[in-house]
Design a protein around this ligand. Structure first.
Ligand SMILES: Nc1ncnc2c1ncn2[C@@H]1O[C@H](COP(=O)(O)OP(=O)(O)OP(=O)(O)O)[C@@H](O)[C@H]1O
Length: 355
C-alpha cells in the first residue's frame, strides 16, 4: 500500500475534527445597536443579550458598568461617575464610547463560550446612513473584535423578523418606531424602494412628558419616571381605558419632593406632536410609493414595530387616520434582532440586502 495515501486517509477524520473544533471557537453574531437598547444574537444560540445602550464611566473614561447595571446608575450618579448613551437619533454619536460598549457587551456574551472569537458580525444601521457613517460603524465593529463585518438596514431586518419575504416582488411597508428615530421603508425585491427617517422616537416622547409635567404642574420628574408613565398609562388617542398614576418629583416652587396624579389624557397631550409627526411621515411615505407597490400595501397593511409600537392604541390611531390595516409585530422590541438572526443563519439568501 502506498504509505502516502494511507497517511492521508487516516489524517482526514482528524483534520476534520480539528477544523470542527476551531470552527466552534469562531462565533457569528448579529447586533442590533439601538439608541435605547442593544441586542445580540449568537448563531445557533438565539438572543443572548438585551440591555439598554448606556455606559457608566469614571473620570478617566474607564468603563464602570454597561447596559442594565449602568441604567440603574443613570440620574443617580455623583461627580466621579457619569452615564452616557453613545447613540443619538439612531446613529452613533460617540464612536469611542459606542465601541467600548459593544466590546464590553460582546465580552459578556462570549465569556460563557470559553475563548471563542467573533468571526462574522452583522450590524444594523438606520435607513439612509451615509457612506462615511457606514465606514465608522464598520470600524467600530472591527475594533470591538469582529473579523468580518456586514451591515444591514434595520427596516429590512425588521421585515425579516416579522416573517415577511423581502425577496419577492411585493411591496411591504415597515414602520419601526425606536428610541431615537422612526424608520419607514417600502421594501420589495430585497431592497428599499422608498425610505424615510424622522428623529422622533420614544426618547423624544419622554422629554415631552417631562416638559409637559413641568409646565402644567410645576413638577420636575426624571427621564426614567417619564418612561414609566408612558408605559403604564400612555395612549395615542382616547377611546380606550383611561388610567391614572401617582408620580413623584420635585416641586419647582417649594423645592421639595411632591407627589402628583398624572392621567392618560396628560400623556396624550404631552406626546401629541411626536405622534402626529410619525403619522405625517407615514402619510408622506405612502404618497411617494409607486402605485403597484401601494396596491400591495393596501392588501397587506402597514407593519408596525420597534418599542414605540407598544404605545397603547397607536396602531388604531394610524389605521383610523390613513384607512389602512396596521399590524403590530409580535414582541416589537426584538423584531430587528430576530430578523438579523434569520439573516445570519441564511446568509446566502439575503446576500443582496447586505452591505
Ligand atoms: N409600552 C411602551 N409604550 C410606549 N413606548 C415604549 C413602550 N415600551 C418601550 N417603548 C419605547 O421603545 C423605545 C425603544 O425601542 P427600541 O428598542 O425598538 O429602540 P432602539 O432600537 O433602541 O432605537 P432606534 O431604533 O431609534 O435606534 C424606548 O424609547 C421606549 O420608551
Amino acid at each position: 500500500m502506498n504509505t502516502e495515501t494511507a497517511t492521508k486517509t487516516t489524517d482526514k477524520p482528524r483534520s476534520k475534527a480539528k477544523k470542527g473544533f476551531f470552527n466552534s471557537l469562531n462565533s457569528d453574531l448579529a447586533i442590533d445597536l439601538g439608541t435605547a437598547n442593544t441586542l445580540i444574537y449568537l448563531r445557533d444560540q438565539g438572543i443572548v443579550l438585551n440591555e439598554p445602550s448606556i455606559v457608566a464611566l469614571d473620570p478617566n473614561g474607564k468603563i464602570i458598568a454597561v447596559g442594565i447595571e449602568a441604567q440603574m446608575m443613570h440620574e443617580k450618579t455623583h461627580k466621579n461617575i457619569r452615564t452616557v448613551r453613545p447613540l443619538k437619533g439612531g446613529v452613533i454619536a460617540d464612536f469611542d464610547i459606542a465601541e467600548k460598549m459593544m466590546r464590553e457587551m460582546i465580552r459578556k456574551v462570549m465569556k460563557k463560550r470559553w475563548f471563542a472569537t467573533v468571526k462574522k458580525m452583522l450590524v444594523t444601521v438606520p435607513n439612509g446612513i451615509t457612506a462615511v457613517e457606514r465606514m465608522a460603524v464598520r470600524d467600530s465593529a472591527e475594533n470591538a473584535g469582529a473579523k468580518e463585518v456586514f451591515l444591514i438596514e434595520e427596516t429590512i431586518a425588521a421585515a425579516v423578523g416579522m416573517g415577511l419575504n423581502v425577496n419577492e416582488p411585493m411591496g411591504n411597508m415597515v414602520v419601526d418606531i425606536g428610541g431615537g428615530t422612526t424608520e419607514i421603508a417600502i421594501i420589495s425585491l430585497s431592497g428599499i424602494v422608498h425610505a424615510q427617517s424622522v428623529r422622533i422616537g420614544g426618547e423624544k416622547m419622554n422629554e415631552e412628558i417631562v416638559n409637559f409635567i413641568r409646565r402644567k404642574h410645576n413638577l420636575l420628574i426624571g427621564e426614567r419616571t417619564a418612561e414609566k408613565i408612558k408605559h403604564e398609562i400612555g395612549s395615542a388617542i382616547p377611546g380606550g381605558e383611561e388610567k391614572e398614576m401617582i408620580t413623584k418629583g420635585r416641586n419647582l416652587v417649594s423645592g421639595v419632593p411632591k407627589t402628583l396624579t398624572v392621567t392618560s389624557e396628560d400623556v396624550r397631550e404631552a406626546i401629541h406632536e411626536s405622534v402626529n409627526a410619525c403619522l405625517d411621515a407615514i402619510t408622506k411615505s405612502l404618497e411617494n410609493t409607486p402605485p403597484e407597490l401601494g396596491a400591495d400595501i393596501l392588501d397587506r397593511g402597514i407593519m408596525l414595530t420597534g418599542g414605540g409600537a407598544l404605545l397603547r392604541d397607536l396602531d388604531r390611531m394610524i389605521s383610523e387616520a390613513i384607512e389602512l390595516p396596521v399590524h403590530v409585530a409580535e414582541d416589537p422590541l426584538t423584531t430587528v434582532v430576530r430578523g438579523t438572526g434569520i439573516i445570519l443563519e441564511n446568509h446566502e439568501e439575503y446576500q443582496n440586502s447586505l452591505f
